[in-house]
Design a protein around this ligand. Sequence first.
Ligand code: UD1
Ligand code: UDP
Length: 384
Amino acid sequence: MSGKIRVMSVFGTRPEAIKMAPLVMELGKRPEFESLCCLTGQHRQMLDSVMEIFGLQAQYDLDIMEKQQTLSTITTKTLLGMERVLEEAKPDLVLVHGDTSTTFAGALAAFYHKIPVGHVEAGLRTYDRYSPFPEEMNRTLVGDIASLHFSPTRANGENLRKEAIRGEIFITGNTVIDAMKTTVRPDFVFEEDILNRLDYSGRKVITLTCHRRENYGQPMEDIMTAVRTIVEENPEVEVVYPVHLSPVVQECAGRLLGGLDRVHLIAPLDVAQMHNLMARSYLVLTDSGGLQEEAPAMGKPVLVLRRETERPEAIAAGTAKLAGVETERIVHLTRELLRDPTAYARMARAVNPYGDGNACLRIADAIAWHFGLRKERPEDFEAK
Ligand code: UD1
Ligand code: UDP
């Protein structure tokens, strides 16, 4: 093949941007590629913040976000918006990431234009189509559409093999570990001043995030009630909760946790502040996918506020526990980590089941190999 390979990365939410940024940068460095970005803008402020931190500029921006957006509006606006973009840019390959509605619609749009798709973070599964919702279905459908599958872990790749998925599977590690290489620093100064003033060694700081659609309603109420109880029971605890901008989450967090002295409800943090907050925290309570991958790399115990997870590796390594969404159990498991030093020490070990920081090198090499620009297939990532 002659000329540069045009690779278009399509993304739209905060986690996709954080995990695609190091890949876009890696592709941009290599002479064999022309790296293009198309943002859907599914998240506006939270996406722009990531673009700014990594110094990235997009060639296309569909700017689709609405205040009360539904799965249908995200999907249809992306699909329609991508028509003109793909006709104009004519990429050789479209890359999508993960399992959001942007991911699914971006992959489908490429398929409609007969453009091959590479799926980054491929093969995560719970095998429950409603949990996480709609992510499990999004990633399964993208698995069928994609020709190149970049699976973070061996187990993710095995899922795809069991499903007899078509195309090439590469085990690369998760790109989020690559992203962390540039963000965490011991001398970091926060823009959010309350985070500079917290006493991280004298107090026990808990980083909390909670946003998933399947937790909307009773589960989210029960999680917030658990957090309230934990703070009331343990005077040494400070909770920092950067609240997701979803109106549903904002309402629930404000109603159940607003006004408590040692619960700091703050605006979403940019990713550098977020990583440095986690690195200084005592433990992490979260329903986020990304935090489940990042915290183990920092040696921070994670209690996962979900009924199941597609990221079992940290649980197997003993640094994360599935806490579920019921108040009692979340309070119990947190209490144990706060009061039992042995239980805490067992979980507070830095492990890296999700990556070694070289995922983007492997993915870029794999794309080059696929297009005949490199002889060797990249070696698989092996968790140590
Ligand atoms: C989306 C993804 C979910 C991912 C999460 C990461 C889907 C269906 N869901 O869920 O997989 O885990 O992102 O955070 O793709 N909003 C803003 N500004 C922003 C971002 C969001 O105002 O920068 C508000 C808007 O009112 C928007 C609402 O949040 O309508 C919900 O955003 P949406 O992307 O639909 O859902 P998430 O829960 O963020
Ligand atoms: N994150 C961030 N600021 C915040 C909360 C999270 O930068 O206020 C980062 C976090 O470090 C991780 C990613 O966003 O890299 C996870 O995104 P989110 O929890 O929104 O989505 P999920 O991973 O659950 O899809």
